[in-house]
Design a protein. Structure first.
Lengths: 187, 187
């Protein structure tokens, strides 16, 4: 219960992305819920050997470290902050603290799922990562630019920072989504 | 994708319950995420035959009808509004519209999970319902009263409107939580 009360704080971690109506920034709690729903809906886009139930669990947990570290937008600092050594070290310390609030076995199980997501090597993690990258694209499309406008993102940057990762987990989906981004990027 | 964009609106449906720090009302999107995490953490409280993965899916979907109907707080209208015939009819119409945005098979699968949750008869649904009832209790405990204060709830009303449902799915958990509510109700 200490862990579940602590998790409540993820609802106060704000992302750069807004809701589809642009009314306010999205928080990482509701973002995690939306991604779980993405996994359930887009199950038919997953590659062979993907367990949607494991992907859903992974996505429910994937941002908890942001309670300590905050969200690091993919396009911030010209794309250099996300995944930097400094951020990775802080996120590991956060995982120690937050998953450490759970009983040993459960904490280790959740920690392992989070590590798997971060490493993005297993089929489940590759699919989960592609959803984590594509959902903000859909939010940006809905509100006329969103973080692309905030950070002055180009079509090439979207492709290298986002498209490559989405296409790795869901190639057909990225073709479909990229086509829709042309109305914003004019390419 | 139309369904996933529409689902975004659940993040703007406000509940009577606040975040643990009392800073603002919780929305139904982040609430659904928190419940999925509750299911993963409290799996050892589930009765025999419960599939946590199905419970998680059920909880991810369970409040989508609120996009059209809004949240109906359990203690509002002296406990009479929640589950009223009028609300049930509106929620069914909302389910027709919202799950109708999905391809046929997927829409039917999600609709069936939502119906199962609402009926609260299967072991999975009974466990899911108990989590949906206990999470607001934990939020109220964290912020010193919350909706109990708003609606002037008594210990007896908490027991009949909430405790009975929680205990049905997780008897041991309710004993533990009820004990903690004594500090507020002074009983």
């Amino acid at each position: 219960m200490a862990f579940l009360d602590e998790a409540d704080r993820l609802k106060s971690v704000l992302r750069a992305t807004t809701l589809c109506d642009g009314s306010r920034p999205e928080n990482s709690g509701e973002h995690s819920w939306h991604l779980a729903l993405y996994a359930m809906v887009l199950a038919d886009q997953a590659g062979p050997g993907v367990s949607i139930d494991r992907v859903v669990r992974m996505l429910i947990l994937h941002d908890l470290v942001e309670i300590d570290v905050g969200d690091v937008p993919i396009h911030s600092a010209n794309g250099q902050a996300h995944g930097s050594a400094e951020v990775v070290a802080k996120e590991r310390a956060a995982a120690d603290r937050i998953f450490g609030l759970l009983p040993g076995d459960l904490g280790a199980e959740f920690r392992a799922l989070w590590e798997e997501f971060e490493a993005a090597e297993t089929p489940d993690a590759v699919f989960a990562k592609s959803l984590d990258r594509v959902q903000p694209v859909m939010q940006n499309l809905a509100c006329g630019g969103g973080t692309w406008r905030t950070y002055g993102v180009t079509a090439e940057q979207l492709e290298s920072r986002v498209g490559v990762k989405v296409a790795r987990g869901t190639p057909g989906l990225w073709d479909w989504v990229r086509e829709r981004t042309r109305s914003y990027f004019g390419s």
